[in-house]
Design a protein around this ligand. Structure first.
Ligand code: HEC
Ligand code: HEC
Ligand code: HEC
Ligand code: HEC
Ligand code: HEC
Length: 303
């Protein structure tokens, strides 16, 4: 009924609407090349569970078992948990410019960190931010561990930089029309370092009421590694063969030490000699020359 009414109204005024639409285009098109006003703005959910469900990666596991297992072990799969499984965001909610008297009082403004640690927040209302703040302050690890940089964050949200991604597609390296559930579209930047640079930072994030600075490694990659002749992308070094584990993994100390030994090789040259200022006075001397090389495509450590 409602639909019919709307349909008739649409029929009646269709020509007027066209005129209106054209004049709107004329008014807005010139000089609005970079405007995103015409992109459909994402709808927002009211509960954390809905947000988690919307970005749930578990359905991908069935067919992409190996990638899923690699991702599950990566820092991306627990992007609000710090080293050794602690909820780092809690201390910022207790003290400093982002602090709040209680979880319920939190809004999205308390979470500039989510720009990179949990970009899905864009699809949620302030009440979801309050739920997360409450979970963080209650040290509710079961809830906070569910919040991650999952498959759809990279393979949809971060796969295009001009305009909004197609919400009915997944983005990959190729077009796959018959992909189960949703077609795969070729992303223009999945293989590009900018893909990672969107979160691995360039500098302070001054767009927030409380500006923050965290990871800035992409700046070092662009301004130091590339100008000195570097040719590899983030993906070539960190995702060989499409591996989604993306080390270093700071929770695995043995593996981390081994990786750093290989990526920061040390060259030591030594010369031993004796110095005899007087007849009875023989002093053993040594010259040690040490050089540490870095195989990384940017400064380390970062952040
Ligand atoms: C029922 C099985 C199935 C499910 C479920 C599934 N996929 Fe796939 N997917 C495939 C197959 C088969 C291919 C094509 C072969 C390949 O490249 O692995 C593919 C390809 C892809 C590609 C493109 C690879 C390329 O060539 O660039 C991406 C990205 C992808 N899937 C992501 C996902 C994500 C994310 C999910 C979960 C939302 C998912 N898939 C769920 C079967 C599945
Ligand atoms: C511009 C994107 C960005 C913003 C904004 C951001 N971070 Fe980060 N953060 C990262 C990235 C990327 C890493 C991991 C890579 C690195 O450290 O170089 C990281 C790492 C961390 C780590 C280390 C985690 C671990 O497991 O070792 C902590 C803690 C952290 N961030 C806290 C915060 C807090 C708190 C805020 C907000 C006040 C914040 N970040 C804002 C991108 C960001
Ligand atoms: C941090 C971002 C990120 C996350 C999270 C992520 N991917 Fe990827 N994925 C990439 C990038 C980048 C590539 C392209 C790598 C390349 O071609 O060098 C890729 C490639 C792929 C491919 C194609 C592999 C191939 O060999 O061509 C599949 C399939 C895929 N991802 C599935 C998934 C699934 C499933 C998940 C979740 C379990 C996931 N990805 C999570 C960034 C991500
Ligand atoms: C949506 C934002 C986002 C994107 C896109 C992203 N990352 Fe990350 N990445 C993070 C955050 C946040 C962390 C830290 C999570 C934590 O431990 O709390 C991280 C952690 C890492 C780590 C582990 C080391 C560390 O300091 O925690 C590596 C390596 C890494 N990312 C590489 C990549 C590469 C390579 C790409 C591109 C293929 C990429 N990331 C894309 C946000 C992102
Ligand atoms: C030439 C290879 C190379 C390139 C290119 C490269 N990395 Fe790295 N990256 C390394 C090495 C080597 C390390 C040292 C740790 C290790 O070996 O696991 C490292 C460490 C890191 C870390 C951990 C930083 C820390 O504080 O310890 C992050 C995060 C990271 N890389 C992300 C990226 C991103 C994002 C890009 C692209 C903008 C990138 N890397 C480009 C080789 C590379």
């Amino acid at each position: 009924m409602d639909y019919n009414l709307r349909y008739q109204t649409k029929q009646k005024f269709i020509s007027r609407l066209w005129i209106l639409a054209i004049s709107v285009m004329i008014v807005f098109l010139p000089g609005h090349g970079t405007s995103r006003a015409s992109d459909p703005s994402p709808t927002q959910v009211n509960s954390l569970q809905e947000l988690v469900d919307r970005f749930d990666s578990s359905s991908c596991r069935e067919c992409h078992e190996q990638i899923f297992t690699q991702w599950e072990k990566s820092h991306h799969s627990r992007s609000l948990m710090g080293i050794n499984d602690y909820i780092f965001i809690a201390s910022y909610l207790k003290k400093g410019p982002l602090a709040i008297p209680s979880g319920e009082k939190a809004t999205k403004k308390n979470f500039p960190c989510f720009k990179c640690h949990f970009p899905q927040i864009e699809f949620a209302t302030d009440s979801v931010a309050a739920e997360i703040a409450k979970a963080a302050l209650d040290n509710d690890k079961v809830t906070v561990r569910k919040l991650n940089i999952g498959c759809l964050v990279c393979h949809r949200e971060k796969s295009v930089v001009h305009g909004r991604p197609d919400m009915n597609a997944i983005y990959g390296n190729n077009d796959i029309k018959d992909h189960p559930e949703t077609p795969v579209r070729k992303s223009p930047l999945l293989k590009n370092s900018l893909m990672c640079g969107q979160c691995h930072g360039l500098g302070p994030n001054l767009e927030f009421e409380t500006p923050v600075q965290c990871a800035t490694l992409y700046g070092s990659y662009l301004h130091a590694y590339i100008p000195s002749g570097g040719t590899e992308t983030c993906q070539q070094c960190h995702m060989p063969g499409g591996d989604h584990y993306m080390p270093p993994n700071f929770n695995n100390r043995t593996e981390l030490s081994e990786r750093l030994r290989n990526s920061l090789p040390m060259q030591v040259r030594a010369l031993a000699y004796s110095f005899q200022p007087k007849e009875e006075d023989i002093r053993p001397m040594v010259v040690v020359n040490t050089k540490i090389f870095s195989k990384a495509g940017h400064r380390i450590p970062d952040g």
